[in-house]
Design a protein around this ligand. Structure first.
Ligand SMILES: *Cc1c(COP(=O)(O)O)cnc(C)c1O
Length: 579
């Protein structure tokens, strides 16, 4: 192994660093994709048989459009929605398949490009003629959702102009330029359950739908409900609901928490205490001295400010340290704000420089809604405004892929090899005959190793040297009882410079790695698998592959995007079973 191929380690001792002991980034917005999947599945079940559009505009309310869109689709979202065409196009370019719609345009919108990318277009009026010419130019019909203004007073066609817009659309549909797939509108105060606004808007929507029938149009999707309406107004469900806020585990209702709704907040905003100091009574704190300590006070400095998206007016915003919640005092600055720890005299002694500080997250952490209350805004804005200076870390990502043949399995593994770096681990599970050896052989091929891969069952670990790159260490942990035994066979020595594949390593091998992929192979044909037969690895029957990335290297947006692209390429590449 050359020096150029070895990567810096978190410790100079050479020992494997347990995940828990690794240094955390200075600040991060941790996105729990399992929470996203849970929330989408919960909302989709609530509105069924109506379908679910998950709204990922504004980078998925700050959570990351692509990871959220993928998680939403995995959890049963039928359509992904954005405001801008550019947002939808970026998702397509990142490999997102499936139905995708965007609805807020300016005259320079790239309609032809959007149509070529099979993006559906929301139309409120002037856009229709532009979409028709774009469709004519590219030679296939545009899928259009016509928007009517039922009382929000923003976008959408006013009712008096609606019949004319429908007539133009019907003519274009007859001419084969467009297909009207949707009719939609947006509600102004669906979270106000006692106000007449929503019933009025629904009545106007019914009237608008009457004109749609008269025009001879037959859309697949009639949709008007956002999260609050999807939850609280059953009569607003129609064929499809558009959920944004609920996807992210936040409540649109003043009197209901996410837990009341069965939702889990997906974003945790965290940093570490940057300074702690004792100051005299009457010390002025932060710009403008809007706060003076009233006892001899201990102050903690939180290194996030309005440049990170913390609202400057959010004086008294909550921060949890070791489970105790302190409130911000004084002005929020660009990069930092201050807590007065003497708000909790007993707990304050436990706070040290470097301790984790959680601004908001799922309970028991303070909520994004508490920050919204402190800032005089809504929870939507709190999560959406967290700036790019705060890196997102994705937890509980999960990719699923059907591998149709043994050849498809090894081709995917070979492609995956190009994505791996020395030090990465793969914890590979699957019953005997599920294709673990085929997979590992593909990985070896992708790394440039020519040796035949055989099961390491009887030797525990095989080291495959590689003249051109990292060696492949192939381990069978089946007969090992705990992680210590992996250290006993000296794996911690080779891990930093190798790609290490551990079969049967779940709940044992995690400690060896800083970052690893947990990969599961599942034979779709169940039944009479002879569990002592090693020979049926090559049988060409489909396998389900599940990848779960762990550790800092695989938790970045870039890593998630790269994995998504590998999986998307393999999904389209393997459709034709090889003879
Ligand atoms: C943002 C948006 C939504 C999502 O609203 P939530 O209240 O976040 O569920 C739905 N429809 C349209 C047109 C939107 O712009």
């Amino acid at each position: 192994m050359t020096a150029a191929n070895s990567r810096p380690r978190a410790s100079s001792t050479g020992a494997a660093i347990p995940q828990s002991a690794q240094s955390q980034p200075a600040r991060s917005a941790d996105i729990d994709l399992a929470a996203i999947r849970h929330n989408v599945a919960t909302l989709a079940a609530h509105v069924a048989p109506a379908k679910t559009m998950v709204v990922v505009k504004a980078d998925a309310y700050g959570h990351g459009a692509l990871p959220v869109a993928l998680a939403a689709q995995a959890a049963g979202a039928h359509i992904i929605g954005t405001a801008h065409l550019e947002e939808a196009l970026a998702l397509r370019e990142a490999g997102l398949t499936g139905e995708l719609v965007a609805w807020l345009h300016t005259p320079d919108a790239a309609f032809a490009e959007a149509l070529a990318a099979d993006i559906q277009i929301g139309v409120s009026g002037w856009e229709l003629s532009r979409v028709i010419s774009a469709a004519a130019a590219i030679g296939h019909p545009a899928q259009v959702h016509l928007k009517v203004d039922t009382g929000l007073g923003r976008n959408g066609c006013p009712l008096p102009d609606w019949p004319a817009l429908l007539a133009e659309a019907a003519a274009a549909e007859a001419a084969g330029h467009i297909k009207v797939v949707g009719i939609f509108s947006h509600l102004a105060m669906s979270e106000e359950l006692a106000h007449h606004c929503t019933p009025d808007q629904l009545a106007t929507f019914e009237e608008a739908l009457g004109y749609v029938r008269e025009a001879g149009l037959n859309p697949t999707y009639r949709h008007i409900a956002n999260t609050a309406a999807a939850i609280a107004w059953p009569e607003a469900k129609y064929d499809l609901v558009r959920v944004g806020l609920g996807t992210y585990g936040l409540s649109p209702f003043a009197d209901k928490t996410p837990e009341d709704l069965g939702l889990i907040p997906a974003m945790t905003l965290r940093t570490r205490v940057a300074n702690v100091k004792d100051v005299p009574v009457g010390t002025g704190v932060s710009y403008g001295w809007r706060y003076h300590t009233h006892d001899g006070s201990r102050l903690a400095l939180i290194p996030m400010g309005y440049a990170d998206g913390i609202p400057r007016p959010a004086v008294a915003g909550p921060v949890s340290i070791h489970g105790t919640t302190y409130n911000c005092v004084g002005t929020v600055a660009m990069d930092q704000f201050v807590l007065d720890l003497s708000q909790h005299p007993q707990a304050q002694a436990t706070v040290n420089v470097g301790d984790e500080a959680i601004l908001f997250g799922p309970p028991p952490a303070p909520s994004a809604t508490a920050w919204a209350d402190a800032a005089g805004t809504i929870n939507y804005e709190i999560v959406t405004r967290i700036s790019p200076r705060t890196p997102r870390r994705y937890r509980n990502a999960e990719f699923r892929l059907t591998l149709h043949t043994a050849e498809h399995t090894s081709a995917f593994a070979a492609a995956l090899a190009g994505y791996l770096r020395p030090g990465d681990g793969i914890i590979l599970s699957g019953e005997l005959g599920a294709g673990k050896t085929t997979f590992t052989q593909g990985l070896a091929t992708g790394l440039g190793i020519e040796a035949a891969i055989t099961s390491p069952t009887f030797v525990l670990a095989r080291h495959h040297e590689n003249p051109t790159g990292p060696q492949l260490v192939h381990v069978d942990a089946y007969r090992l009882t705990d992680a210590q035994e992996l250290y006993d066979i000296d794996l911690d020595r080779t891990v930093p410079d190798a790609i290490t594949v551990v079969e049967w390593g779940q709940d044992k091998a995690e400690e060896l790695f800083t970052s690893w992929l947990q990969i599961e192979l599942i034979r779709e044909v169940g039944g009479a698998a002879d569990t002592t037969d090693f020979s049926d690895e090559d049988v060409d029957e489909p396998r389900q592959l599940i990848i779960r990335p762990h550790g800092p290297r695989f938790q970045t947006l870039t890593a998630i995007q790269e994995l998504a692209q590998l999986v998307a390429a393999a999904a389209t590449g393997g459709e034709e079973p090889q003879p």
